[in-house]
Ligand binder design. Structure first.
Ligand code: ADP
Ligand code: MG
Length: 717
């Protein structure tokens, strides 16, 4: 048995538990050890029975005087009663529905009990305490896993009890003590006073005291960040050794393009475009992030970069995280560039299209096979789509620029894939332009995305009015609906976003392309209910549409088009409209159950309106009364700039919510650690030092090994 032994080989884990563990992503002993408790309970203080008080969590040690199953006063409840005694006194115990206990515990046994006290008709008793028999304690301290110590509490998902996890992990930890490969260099461990890996695992699961638990946790956080840093820094080193097509800036074409726009570019748009063009002139691959408030006009800047690449006879790819957004980009970019004799292709998982220059802006649909051929021959100048673009079947002739929209949605893995695929094929790799409206604090972006260069669009186009955001509590609903009715009468349109219900693992299914997709049927249900409510009860006279992820692509498009064409007044939707969707006539957005969304997401929704000269409104509907929630929502209302918001969210909820843990795939522990800026900086420094000495990690086989595992694990997505 070793650290990587699969769980099915472990004695005591039968098929049912194997399945449950798999669902948690636990496949090996290593995974099991990395399944950390999320908190602890301190039962290390054993108290004397005579000192027990009412409603107190306590741990007592003593002898069972009697134990019996007794008659229930209610049908269907099994009662087990016992009495425990220590040298100071005795107390009664009552268990519910645990008749099997009498087989396991008998009179005279020495036991630990941990639980809460309650009061009954004969005075104080211990109610449903956890029990642990004190047996052979030759293992000394390590013998107690459930009581008489600090006890780990695990997230009880998949009906895996903390008690069961403790029971499984403890003997394994003992068995593998000193046999776990060390993955932090000794120098670093010494310098920061970290526990070695075996001790750290022990102390994080069964800490001798809280200080040691904290130390262990710190080691693992450090380690995780250290590996992320190593990974991104190494990618950067690799990238810097590659060459890219130097693309000459074609000023004439760009001026023509800018003149043809219906609006004047803002100074920030000009500056960003310029920085991007200058980067692309270099023979090294650009790695730039274009960060700009929602609605600040990033698409047009990307359009300039793509146009410039195409005019130099190269291809560009434009990737979006969702189909709806990809479709929208296909339409905007096609329109934007319609005077430039450019072939634009559209490729998603489901459909293929392209605009031909010869047929003058006509969209024609061709087969996937044909489209792929055209891409390969270089007949498609700009390919727009979803992550279908990074499939191995898509081969370009001379791809020189890749644009990733809303890039926080794409993981490092995917970006690496897109680039490294080209590394294998050709010596030259594409320039990379990522775009995001999620303001990512600098320390985070450095750690997660490596050394990106940054262009900022911090001003919104002229003439935009500030969006009025309001928290709506239940009793203000009706008047808000009245207000909305008036807005619609004026010709405006409305988004209604329904609360996100996190898909449980059981809702997951493997789609034909072998990617796991969550089928959030629960989301669909809430959308349908909201749709019914609004169309039947509240706004029977208005045209209401419904949009969610489970609709067929064609249907989604049809509805989006109807909304854009103003044939729908109110669009009820899941978070599919979260990013990028551009319908300037929409001036009201309602977010139902606002407390369930992360601030960054709320901010994205908020950005769906305020895209025109009309005064826009964002209503955050909430039934929540908790202080913290209301505080968060108020933060959205009071902050004008996304960057402030990001800082606030980081403070209030940690980076997990900024990205959405589901999206990032980054473990909670790491997310927590990312809050600690100085720790982040330290890990980066250490990773840098190691790579400077030995960038192939020849002298660090353990680290290299773990890094390879780290790379193959879909770590960020
Ligand atoms: P985002 O940065 O959120 O991706 P978009 O690129 O979708 O924003 O632009 C939002 C809207 O603003 C679009 O309708 C676009 O045509 C418009 N727009 C972009 N730049 C300007 C500008 N300089 N002046 C006026 N409107 C602009
Ligand atoms: Mg956008």
């Amino acid at each position: 048995m070793n650290f990587y032994t699969p769980v099915e080989k472990i004695f005591g884990i039968g098929p049912i538990y194997q399945k449950k563990l798999k669902k948690l992503g636990v496949r090996t002993i290593s995974d099991l050890f990395f399944h950390f408790p999320h908190r602890y309970e301190d039962f290390s203080n054993i108290i004397k029975i005579s000192k027990i008080k009412l409603n107190e969590n306590c741990c007592v040690k003593g002898k069972i005087l009697e134990i019996k199953n007794s008659q229930t006063w209610k049908k269907g409840i099994d009662l087990t009663e016992a009495i425990i005694q220590d040298e100071t006194g005795a107390i009664k115990i009552i268990w519910f529905n645990k008749p099997y206990l009498t087989k396991y515990i008998e009179q005279g046994n020495q036991v630990f009990l941990t639980g809460k006290t309650a009061i009954g008709k004969d005075g104080l008793y211990l109610s449903n305490p956890a029990i642990e028999k004190i047996g052979n304690t030759s293992n000394g301290l390590w013998s107690l896993s459930h009581s008489g110590r600090i006890v780990p509490i695990y997230q009880e998902t998949e009906r895996l009890s903390s008690r069961w996890i403790r029971f499984i992990i403890r003997p394994l930890l003992i068995k593998l003590k000193n046999k776990i490969p060390e993955t932090l260099p000794e120098e670093i461990r010494k310098k920061y006073n970290f526990l070695d890996i075996s001790q750290a695992f022990w102390q994080i699961h069964f800490p001798d005291n809280f200080k040691l638990a904290e130390q262990a946790k710190k080691r693992f956080s450090f380690e995780e960040l250290f590996y992320i840093s190593l990974f991104v820094l190494r990618e950067r080193i690799k990238l810097n050794q590659k060459s890219a097509f130097p693309i000459h800036t074609n000023l004439e074409t760009i001026q023509e393009f800018v003149k043809g726009l219906q609006f004047k570019l803002t100074d920030d748009q000009k500056k960003s475009a310029w920085q991007i063009l200058k980067d692309m002139e270099k023979p090294r691959p650009m790695n730039r992030l274009l960060e700009g408030e929602v609605g600040s006009g990033k698409t047009v800047v990307a359009g300039i970069a793509a146009l410039n690449a195409v005019k130099a006879n190269y291809q560009a790819a434009f990737m979006s995280p969702t189909e709806i957004l990809a479709k929208q980009h296909f339409q905007t970019v096609s329109r934007m560039l319609e005077n430039f004799n450019i072939n634009i292709g559209f490729l998603t998982g489901k459909e293929d299209k392209f605009i031909s220059k010869k047929l003058k802006r006509q969209t024609i649909e061709i087969s996937r096979k044909k489209l792929l051929e055209k891409i390969k021959k270089g007949e498609i100048d700009i390919l727009i789509g979803t992550h279908a673009l990074i499939q191995d079947t898509v081969k370009f002739k001379n791809l020189a620029l890749v644009i990733l929209d809303e890039q926080h949605r794409f993981g490092v893995e995917q970006r690496a894939k897109l680039v490294s695929k080209k590394i294998d094929e050709k010596i030259k790799i594409p320039h990379l332009l990522s775009m995001t409206a999620t303001p990512i604090p600098r320390t985070l972006s450095l750690t997660i995305y490596g050394d990106l260069d940054l262009s900022l669009i911090s001003q919104l186009p002229k003439g935009r009015k500030k969006i009025i955001t309001k928290l709506v509590i239940p009793k203000e609903r009706d008047q808000t609906y009245e207000f909305i009715r008036k807005e619609v009468k004026k010709g405006r349109q409305v988004f209604v976003i329904c609360p996100r219900i996190e898909a449980r693992e059981t809702d997951t299914e493997i789609s034909p392309d072998k990617k796991i997709k969550s089928l959030s049927w629960a989301d669909v249900k809430t959308v349908k209910e909201e749709y019914e409510k609004l169309s039947k009860k509240i706004f029977p006279e208005l045209k209401i549409g419904m949009l969610h992820g489970k609709l067929a692509t064609k249907e989604k498009e049809r509805i989006m088009k109807k909304f854009k064409d103003q044939k729908i007044d109110i669009l009820v939707s899941t978070s599919v409209v979260e990013v990028g969707v551009d319908v300037p006539n929409a001036s009201v957005i309602i977010i139902e159950g606002a407390e369930r969304f992360g601030l960054a997401q709320l901010y994205q929704f908020h950005g769906r309106v305020g895209r025109s000269k009309y005064q826009s409104f964002c209503f955050l509907f909430t039934d929540s009364k908790t202080k913290k929630t209301l505080q968060r929502l108020r933060a959205l209302i009071s902050s004008e700039k996304g960057m402030d918001l990001a800082k606030k969210d980081l403070e209030i909820r940690g980076p997990g919510e900024l990205f959405g843990t589901r999206q990032s795939g980054i473990p909670d522990l790491t997310m927590d650690a990312l809050k600690d800026v100085s720790l982040v900086e330290k890990t980066r420094d250490e990773a840098k030092k190691i790579l400077e000495k030995d960038h192939r990690l020849k002298n660090f086989p353990q680290i290299r090994g773990k890094l390879e595992k780290f790379q193959t694990k879909a770590h960020f997505e």
